[in-house]
Design a binder for this molecule. Sequence first.
Ligand code: BTX
Length: 326
Amino acid sequence: ISMKDEILKRLLAANGEAVSGQELADSLGVSRTAIWKHMQTLQEEGYIFETVKKKGYMLTGVPNSLSPTQIELFLNTKRFGREIHHFDVVDSTQTIAHKLAQEGAPNGTVIIAEDQTAGRGRMTRMWESTHGTGIWMTIIVRPDVSPQQASSFTLVVAVAVTMAIKTLYKNVEPAIKWPNDLLINGKKCTGILTEMQAEADLVQALLVGIGINANQVETDFSPDISDKATSLRLEAGEEINRAALVATILQYLEQFTDLFVNEGFASIKKLWEEMSCTIGQRIEVTTIRERFEGIASGITDEGVLQLTQADGTIRTIYSGDIKILS
Ligand code: BTX
């Protein structure tokens, strides 16, 4: 941790009280001028201080920024988020992640952007990524599993993100819509896109793309999605601290990835089912080839959706889109 971050940590820990510049200098073993210079840099990054006469510096405002410094302040992980690439505008964080993964980026590397000009969903769909409002990030995960096992990883990610949201915003109830959406009050708040780099039967990297509508208000959504999209801010009724949410997601994701690698999807299945709004519902499934209906009766230990059809036969769904009919 750098000197600047250490100073920031102490100011944050003071919880609105003033911290003396002299004490900071003494305890960190640097000059008061050095402290003052770091304060200038922090101010440029958007932190707001008041200088209280004879008492010192008082932190009165933090930027709602996704800079690595901000995220690290909340980060409690061993591997995930220990390398963060933060951009203002990119085409898609997935594209950058693919490149970095090929170049050997370590497990848990995060690529995060304020804005995506070509954010993408599954197939050729686009993902709306308005500037500064959301969390648009890709995490490079290198789990020791086969490509076939990795196919259920999206469900693991959905559980981790749901846990993070529930932990930070007690009044918000996200529900997982199979396979890759989180809905709040029936509207889409989060989308997950997992892509894979594999060689024969070895996973080189999973590129876990997570798009979360955090601070949008209604007018931020384009007419195409305004009636089916929502943001955490709209649902929680408060401004979302994106850095804290990113750090919390990374913590749960690290934890659930370990569980998944060591004990398989079966160990997470129960949690997934509890958090899902899909199981028990009558749904319509659309795949590339066909469209059919049935009751979503469960999920297998491998993360495959099971559909009970009108004639009682059970069909397994590996991928596709679903619509909840009742
Ligand atoms: P999906 O294919 O399940 O959903 C895409 C559909 O969702 C779109 O066709 C549109 O109807 C709707 N949609 C688009 N943008 C939004 C939005 N902001 N909020 C709610 N609904 C929307 C879901 O794909 C997977 C999305 C992953 C996005 C992340 S962001 C970071 C990473 N980089 C990147 O390019 N994609 C991933």
